[in-house]
Design a protein around this ligand. Structure first.
Ligand SMILES: NC(=O)c1ccc[n+]([C@@H]2O[C@H](COP(=O)([O-])OP(=O)(O)OC[C@H]3O[C@@H](n4cnc5c(N)ncnc54)[C@H](O)[C@@H]3O)[C@@H](O)[C@H]2O)c1
Length: 380
């Protein structure tokens, strides 16, 4: 047990980690509830949502009897060990601070907050409460990403020189709901999509030294999917940056939710590439169990991800089961619960969430001021 975590419980399959989910929308249904469902060390104790109607639905969809519309009730509940925060971005800070006050372990969806200053406060509160804190940066768990990191760390690609990320989705141009307003979302594609890619680049290459960013809005989104009028979008549909890592390597990122023809069954186009002095390797979301690998003089060619990288050791998933581009997402809960059970830090932590937020905020500042922005080192 790491000394930075207070020891309060001994968890096991007979004494599972009791989890409260706050925010019963899409991501909880797609990632977190299935993740809890396959982990015998985890129990879904209570679900909170602002919508009583949705809670009624969830009591029949999900294996849970207790529900509430008040997140403070979940945070104060002595029967709850840990909370998963999966609400709109503007609510994350108040809920995380309440959870910290009550000594609950926290996994929070990305982006952790609406600004780096807000996220720094959240990180400090959870760190000082000596609880496990985790940012739900899902794509770190993709098998091809795990294998790519292994190859890079083992030196198989030589000296890392260059990172490239492309994330293109073909989503509708109708209203994005809370996601299209600055006060509820903070930013658009940048906080929704590109922030994940900033995170895994930091994980692969280490800290960024300086970045130059740009964002653009393509659609006004003044109609909902059912044809009602709404206030126009205030956020970006496209986000991009180039950056210099402290190591001397460089990177380029681009993402948009409005790339026509990139639908690919809803999974879109994702390409993340590392070029090293000895070789190149590529992760693609739609084929997460295969990487593309190439050495000088060759063409990139598919290589199956070896069995030991198809899931973290001990994960309850059967990698042969389910849609590969979906099921690795269940390892978020596996990592969160494992960290709690083992009394260790979770990865990615709130510190990682803060680092990515600092870079994302620098993209907005760079765009606004038309300048490169230096990224200060963030104290732990
Ligand atoms: N990690 C990923 O890959 C990933 C994927 C999708 C969404 N997300 C993130 O997850 C979060 C939720 O996204 P979503 O797509 O599930 O949104 P959603 O709109 O489908 O669900 C959010 C839910 O939160 C509820 N809610 C709002 N305010 C609340 C409050 N104060 N207390 C309790 N419930 C409240 C809403 O009623 C809604 O049901 C966002 O931060 C988003 O960026 C992450």
């Amino acid at each position: 047990m790491d000394s930075e975590f207070s020891e309060r419980n001994t968890f096991s399959e007979t004494n599972p980690v009791k989890i409260g989910i706050i925010g019963a929308g899409a991501v909880s249904d797609y990632h977190h509830v299935p993740g809890i469902g396959i982990d015998p060390r985890a129990h879904l104790e209570i679900v909170c949502d602002a919508s009583a109607e949705l809670l009624k639905q969830r009591r029949s969809d999900w294996p849970v009897a207790r529900t509430t519309t008040d997140y403070k009730e979940v945070c104060a509940d002595p029967a709850v060990d840990a909370v998963i925060i999966a609400t709109p971005n503007f609510t994350h800070a108040e809920i995380a601070l309440e959870a910290a006050k009550n000594g609950k372990h926290v996994m929070c969806e990305k982006p952790l907050g609406l600004s780096a200053a807000e996220v720094r406060q959240m990180y400090h509160a959870l760190r000082d409460a000596k609880v496990v804190h985790m940012t739900a940066f899902t794509y770190r768990f993709a098998p091809a990403m795990r294998y790519l990191k292994h190859l890079l760390d083992a030196g198989a690609l030589g000296q890392p020189r260059h990172f490239r990320s492309q994330r293109f989705l073909d989503l509708p141009e109708t209203s994005w709901g809370w996601r299209q307003y600055k006060k509820t979302a903070g930013a658009g594609d940048l906080y929704d999509m590109t922030i994940h890619r900033i995170d895994f680049a930091l994980d692969l290459f280490g800290p960024l030294k300086s970045i130059c960013g740009s964002v653009a809005r393509f659609a006004s989104r003044t109609q909902t999917a059912t044809g009602e009028s709404c206030a126009p979008s205030e956020v970006d549909d496209w986000s991009s940056l180039i950056g210099e890592f402290a190591s001397g390597a460089v990177g380029v990122w681009e993402g948009t939710t409005l790339a026509k023809g990139y639908h690919r069954n809803g999974f879109g186009h994702e390409w993340a590439e590392v070029n090293g002095s000895e070789g190149s390797a590529v992760y693609r979301l739609h084929q997460p169990n295969v990487i593309l690998l190439g050495k000088s003089g060759q063409d990139l060619a598919p290589v199956n991800v070896p069995a030991e990288f198809l899931k973290p050791e001990g994960s309850w998933r059967d990698p042969a089961e389910g849609e590969p581009a979906t099921v690795f997402r269940y390892d978020l809960v596996w990592e969160f619960v494992s960290a709690i059970v083992e009394g260790r830090a979770a990865a990615p932590s709130f510190y990682d969430g803060l680092q990515a937020q600092v870079v994302a905020d620098a993209v907005l500042q760079s765009h606004e001021e038309r300048v490169w922005i230096d990224i200060p080192a963030e104290p732990r």
